[in-house]
Design a protein around this ligand. Structure first.
Ligand SMILES: *Cc1c(COP(=O)(O)O)cnc(C)c1O
Length: 423
């Protein structure tokens, strides 16, 4: 297949200041050497979860083989070691997000739990009947449903920022939604279904002019671009470890200290208390107030290894390289008759959703799988986005820094094969 004119397949791509040695990077990911249905694996489902470098796998093994102990309670050697590593990771996350203090970093199960924590703790405390929470039309279900649950509980109302046909939020409409009843704005930094990078700096500024706090769902941003919570000035930021090349079951909620201190605990149990009697319990200081029970210690330490790994590559280099892969894939797929790309925002990151005329996305996914190409077909936990674009589902290829232009060529050939089978 001939590449589209003027577009060069990115391999170990040169982006001005940085060179990403993708061939060497791929060596760090054992799963990428795998064959699927007798074909080399092409893993384009990074928005669902990303693969793990050997150093993360080794860190988990080492933890269980040589350091396993419960934290914050033992006075023995292993417990102190595990506690030190756990808390050192909190510092790593603080630096990674450029938070001002490590007590602003709460370990949770993932983005979903981070948002539920804010909805149930901050929301239950500060929302009254008639109050409003503003989300956007492109949110993942995990940034819709927790707010609907809160609304039901307190009699509040959900307001939705609409988007245009390219998948960009309508900021004028957003401004009109903000008012005296707005108690919180909660938006995705990057859309998992469309790839849109939302102008969250401006979104936060507008909300703050009216003293409205903002939560950012960073699940799709943290793995692909530098995030600076102080520069953004967001009030909360949530992301998942497993999309950032770390283990499943661990994630981060960043919250400004003054918010976290004003919030009641989310769950009760061990570690989140300072004193318990049957008459009254005194809660621990932040962040421990929000980490009830034995946490995912191995997950936290593994996340630390993932953050070290990604930081070693550099998120600016990652963003630049993935931008080239996305541009190349967009150009190549656009040459296919009957293929429609869903989500054509000017600012996009690492996600390419598309539909093929007359072919169900699940059939695309099945044929691609036989070619070794892993994509996602479905509603991507964003059913309202599908409704907005009038499609039942899309096929979605999503990229990471270990993907190559050659892999994009495999994808494009496989999509042409789909058309031969179903077209
Ligand atoms: C994946 C994702 C979530 C949910 O993350 P979990 O890891 O499943 O908790 C939320 N928002 C966006 C944009 C996502 O891509």
């Amino acid at each position: 297949m001939k590449p589209a004119q003027g577009v060069i397949a990115p391999q170990g791509l040169r982006t001005g200041r940085t060179v990403l040695d993708v061939a060497r990077i791929r060596e760090d990911f054992p799963i990428l050497k795998q064959q699927v249905h007798g074909k080399p694996l092409v893993y384009f489902d990074n928005a669902a979860t990303s693969q793990k470098p050997q150093v993360v796998i080794d860190t988990l093994n080492r933890y269980y083989a040589t350091e396993n102990a419960n934290i914050h309670r033992g006075i023995h050697f292993l417990s102190e070691l595990a506690t030190a590593e756990y808390e050192e990771t909190r510092n790593k996350v603080k630096r990674f997000l450029n938070a001002s203090e490590s007590r602003e970093i709460v370990f949770v199960r993932g983005t979903t739990e981070g948002i539920n924590l804010v909805a149930q703790s901050y929301g239950r405390r500060f929302f009254k009947e008639g109050d409003e929470v503003v989300i956007s039309a492109m949110e993942h279900h995990s940034n819709i449903v927790p707010w609907q649950m809160l609304c039901e509980q307190v009699g509040a109302r959900l307001r939705v920022i609409p988007m245009n046909h390219d998948g960009e939020l309508l900021l004028d409409e957003y401004e009109r939604l903000l008012g005296a009843r707005t108690k919180l704005v909660s938006v995705a930094h990057v859309s998992n279904a469309l790839g849109t990078i939302n102008p969250i700096g401006r979104i936060i500024e507008s909300a703050h002019r009216r003293n409205i706090p903002v939560l950012v769902d960073g699940a799709q941003a943290a793995p692909h671009m530098k995030v600076d919570v102080q520069e953004l000035d967001c009030d909360f930021y949530a992301f998942s470890g497993h999309k950032l090349f770390g283990p499943t079951g661990i994630g981060v909620l960043y919250g400004k200290a003054r918010h976290l201190e004003a919030m009641p605990p989310y769950q009760g149990g061990g570690d989140m208390i300072s004193l318990v009697t049957f008459e009254k319990t005194h809660y621990n200081i932040i962040p421990y107030k929000f980490e009830a029970g034995t946490p995912h210690i191995a997950g936290v330490i593994g996340l630390g290894a993932a953050i070290d790994y990604v930081s070693g590559i550099g998120l600016d280099a990652v963003a630049a390289y993935e931008g080239e892969v996305l541009a190349y894939a967009t150009a190549q797929l656009s040459t296919i008759q009957g293929l429609r790309i869903i989500g054509r925002a000017k600012e996009k990151a690492s996600v390419l959703s598309f539909v093929l005329e007359g072919v169900h996305p699940h059939d695309i996914g099945t044929v691609l799988d036989r070619e070794g190409v892993a994509i996602r077909a479905g509603h991507h936990c964003a059913m309202p986005v599908m409704q907005r674009f009038g499609v039942p589902a899309t096929a979605r290829a999503s990229f990471a820094f270990y993907n190559t232009g050659e892999e994009v060529d495999v994808l494009v050939r496989a999509v042409r094969k789909v058309l031969k089978v179903f077209g």
